[in-house]
Design a protein around this ligand. Structure first.
Ligand SMILES: NC(=O)c1ccc[n+]([C@@H]2O[C@H](COP(=O)([O-])OP(=O)(O)OC[C@H]3O[C@@H](n4cnc5c(N)ncnc54)[C@H](O)[C@@H]3O)[C@@H](O)[C@H]2O)c1
Length: 320
């Protein structure tokens, strides 16, 4: 099988992990970086990791050998990259959240469907053993009747995480704060493991950081079928603790806790999860197992997040 030629859209922090994941894979080949915001930054990334640098989607998507894209731009700019990929017929895998609103996601799904371009979302923790094991046990009915499912992401970020970024913690750039940016991986686990959420009662506030969005969310959930649940997401819990998930039932309980004890800094992530994610997408393009997080699946976490923000009275969706 020929290697898939990958263009990385964006050249910031997570794009570097994308590049390492691509370079470590024998199924993928890095063709270069495209950054509409900063060609200089794309050039630096290309010099470090390989490939060319482009400041224009057209040049990047039509470059020789490019037949897969990963999107690693600020969350607000995911949709425009996907529209361009769809226009050029390039299968596209996008960082979480797929986009900052479900309205944008719907437009992305429609554009990809129209041009027959596969669209997937990067939730690299779906390949974690803890998730795979939880899904197997829940699907097999090992927990009996599920009575509760909750997640907690009690993290800390310094103020400069927000003040030095043009988009973190803004409605227009990030689509929210601790919930949509940091806690979304576990929100994704919840929506993948549980039936749909039917009711939400939530509070959200900016308690510790200079953000226009929230830095702390507390939500109570009721799932279809009656199970109750909870979401706690924050970047205001110094010094930060590991994230946890609990799913309890009449015959068993799953209690997940990761080992992160500090601030869970994004620059200290391993790239191996991304590699598994990218290879699963590439395999699906060769006719292998369908990629488990297509656009429709990735929409679910953003839809729940929208409901939580709405219940908390943030009126977020009206800002776009
Ligand atoms: N999967 C994960 O665990 C994980 C971890 C961190 C970040 N992310 C996601 O990756 C994406 C990028 O995050 P990052 O930390 O690399 O961000 P970053 O600020 O370091 O980089 C953003 C990149 O997007 C480009 N860009 C394009 N349009 C932009 C715009 N309108 N505003 C600002 N920048 C723009 C910038 O030039 C830069 O290359 C986000 O969607 C984020 O949610 C995922």
């Amino acid at each position: 099988m020929d290697k898939r030629g990958v263009v990385i859209i964006g050249s910031g922090l997570i794009a570097r992990f994308h590049a390492q994941a691509v370079n470590a894979s024998d199924k993928l080949e890095l063709k270069g970086f495209c950054d509409l915001f900063s060609l200089e930054s794309a050039k630096k990334a290309a010099a470090e990791f390989g490939g060319a640098a482009w400041g224009d989607y057209k040049d990047a998507f039509s470059a020789e050998g490019v037949n897969m894209a990963t999107v690693a731009t600020a969350s607000c700019a995911h949709d425009e990259a996907v529209f361009a990929a769809a226009e050029h017929g390039v299968p596209v895998l996008v960082e979480k959240p797929l986009a900052i609103t479900t309205a944008r996601i719907d437009a992305m799904i429609a554009a990809c469907r129209k041009s027959g371009v596969p669209l997937g979302c990067i939730f690299q923790t779906r390949w974690d053993e803890a998730f795979v094991d939880a899904k197997r046990r829940i699907d097999a009915g090992e927990l009996g009747r599920i009575t509760y499912a909750g997640i907690r992401v009690p993290w800390w970020r310094e103020d400069d995480y927000y003040t030095k970024s043009s988009w973190h913690g803004t409605w227009a750039g990030d689509g929210g704060g601790s919930l949509i940016n940091q806690a979304i991986h576990l929100v994704d686990w919840l929506v993948a493991l549980m039936p749909p959420v039917r009711e939400v009662k939530a509070f959200a506030a900016a308690l510790a950081h200079p953000v226009e969005t929230e830095d702390t969310v507390s939500a109570a959930l009721r799932f279809e079928g009656g199970a109750l649940g909870g979401v706690y997401a924050t970047t205001a819990a110094f010094p930060g603790r590991g994230k946890t998930m609990e799913v309890a039932g009449t015959k068993g309980t799953i209690a997940f806790s990761d080992e992160a004890t500090g601030t869970s800094r994004p620059d200290q992530l391993p790239f191996t999860g991304h590699q598994k994610c990218f290879e699963a997408f590439a395999d699906s393009l060769e006719g292998g197992t369908p990629y488990p997080i297509p656009g429709e699946e990735a929409r679910k976490s953003v839809a729940l997040i929208e409901e939580i923000y709405k219940s908390a009275g943030l009126g977020r969706t009206e800002n776009f």
